[in-house]
Design a protein around this ligand. Sequence first.
Ligand code: ADP
Ligand code: ASP
Ligand code: MG
Length: 404
Amino acid sequence: MLIVQKYGGTSVGNVERIRDVARKVAKTRDEGHDVVVVVSAMSGETDRLLSLAHEVSEAPAEREVDVLLSSGERVTIALLSIALNSMGYPAKAFTGRQVGIVTDGVHTRARIERVGGERVREALKQGIIPVIAGFQGISGESDVTTLGRGGSDLSAVAIAAALKADLCDIYTDVEGVFTADPNIVSEARKLDKVSYEEMLELASLGAKVLQNRSVEYAAKHGVRLRVLSTFKEGSGTLLTEEDADMEKLAVSGVTCDRNQAKITIIGVPDRPGIAAKIFGPVADANIVVDMIIQNVSQESLTDISFTVPRPDVKKTIEMMRSVVKDIGAKELEVKEDIAKVSVVGVGMRSHSGVAVRMFSVLSKEGINIMMISTSEIKISCVIDAKYAELAVRALHRAFELEGA
Ligand code: ADP
Ligand code: ASP
Ligand code: MG
């Protein structure tokens, strides 16, 4: 078999762990498989580099941030290949550029356009283990780009797709995908399988165990994807097509996303074209607006609230200042300490009353709901950040996820 193995930050967090990873890779080789390894930077390293950039400048240029961040993964590919070579397993470290991960030019959140993979194939043919830097690519202008936080998962999936690998294993610090973050809910239960569609919602709504774009890419390219622990033996969680079993429960997971902020424009004149004026510039800046609510207008004035990723708040506020002037709105308000809690499940298609149950659980805990959004298989509520963990635990209990 050809297996792509991806090891996350904690799994390569220090030299001892890098040696352990080398032993796991070697074992897979000994079992007769071809292995391609993708690694993240050591845990905490990407955050450390980012904060250095912010120490130097309040608004560091994104092209330069990518040059900086991509250095984290260079360290781990080199150390892991050194470890493998010293154990007698020929290995070579490759950057994103060297393996032809070509992206668009949107720095810090680039999208993969194509994966060449020639040098990987060449190495495999020679019996060499390719060790590839995750999270990075190269734009059409030959600039280094990064794929958004958690982007090494996407690198692994894209490489697996390009090589038509039999399996893409994402090794991390938990045993698989759980009904909620096991670090928040101790009774959370590991799922043996999860559908691509549910996983995409879970990942997009805060379950960072897989980056959301990696799930989308895997579904689109038919990559067999598994999540499992680096530290504990086990079968992990396999991503599969949806089946009848999955519909039995209304809810299969609870998530929480604390990486959003809410922006409210107060006193917006209620006339056609206003929404386009507000959200046009935000979209042009590649900022993803998540929830939007507009209040009923009173005397032709309304309030519009929306959420954006927290790292984009400053930029959005700057844009909104001129929009507010332009459209003759009254004021701008920002609330950063919010959290979005969500329940997800394909079973929602056939079970009714899930939303009402969610609202009553939150109300019993005395938690105020600021925004609501729903889709066919998820319901999300924006609440005060300080109640996030309480809400996740209460919902996990109310939907009886621990015992199922
Ligand atoms: P890595 O560095 O290996 O990529 P991440 O920190 O990105 O690891 O992702 C693993 C973490 O995801 C876990 O430690 C866990 O806290 C978190 N997590 C959030 N939601 C879930 C979930 N539903 N199931 C499993 N882990 C989750
Ligand atoms: N090192 C990058 C990050 O911390 C990419 C990854 O770990 O997947 O976001
Ligand atoms: Mg990750």
